[in-house]
Design a protein around this ligand. Structure first.
Ligand SMILES: [Zn+2]
Length: 213
């Protein structure tokens, strides 16, 4: 009788989820795999051999990555964080420009209409609730931190431009609102000189050059 023997790598699925695949350039499903070579007889694994380590495999393009790829925020989560950061800063600026009434809330909603990641149905009631919560600058900073490192320069400029336009439109915005924008710029690692340039750009009425990110 002929015995067919050999070896092959067996994949064990450790887990799965959604991740940002650098190869596909978007969010997709992944499998977290552990690989081990086995000695086989008649193609049946009999003896475990070398441990081949672990990898993260994209379910769409099948590219294998190291686990570090899971450290990258998915586009979905990034959009969510951006939406929260926009809501936080808009609500904070409205809180600094009392009274909080239909006019100021309306201006806040107008600013958020062009912001990425703000859920559909976000309305005046939701913004008024946010105004109470984000009156505290510490609460605002906590929502800027997650996006600061991952935003593009154009995204930061667009974010600040949105807030500068809002402050210009709020009827009772005082110096504290301008100062708050400086704190936001600092949290986004935008220098005072760069912020001054963005302000100048807004005041000149030039159209925005960047996209949403
Ligand atoms: Zn992929």
């Amino acid at each position: 009788m002929i015995i067919i023997w050999g070896w092959r790598a067996i994949r064990k699925v450790l887990g799965s989820g959604r991740f940002f695949c650098p190869q596909c350039g978007g969010d997709t499903d992944y499998k977290h795999l552990a690989l081990r070579r086995w000695f086989t007889i008649f193609f049946i694994p009999i003896i475990p051999l070398k441990d081949l380590g672990t990898c993260v495999e994209c379910s769409r393009c099948r590219t294998a990555f190291t686990e570090r790829v899971l450290d990258v925020t998915t586009l979905e989560v990034f959009a969510h964080h951006q939406g929260l950061a926009n809501r936080a800063v808009v609500a904070h600026l409205v809180s600094l420009s009392p009274p909080v009434d239909d006019t100021t809330v309306g201006e806040g909603l107008l600013a958020l209409a062009s912001a990425p990641g703000v859920r559909d149905g976000y309305d005046g009631e939701a913004l008024s609730a946010d105004v109470s919560f984000f009156a505290d600058p510490g609460a605002v900073a906590a929502y800027l931190r997650p996006i600061a490192a991952e935003m593009t320069i154009e995204g930061r400029e667009e974010f600040l431009r949105r807030m500068i336009v809002l402050v210009a439109r709020l009827p009772h915005a005082g110096p504290s609102a301008g100062l708050a924008i400086e704190h936001v710029a600092a949290a986004l690692a935008v220098s005072p000189a760069h912020l001054a340039g963005i302000r100048q750009h807004v005041q000149s009425g030039a159209p925005a050059a960047g996209g949403d990110l």
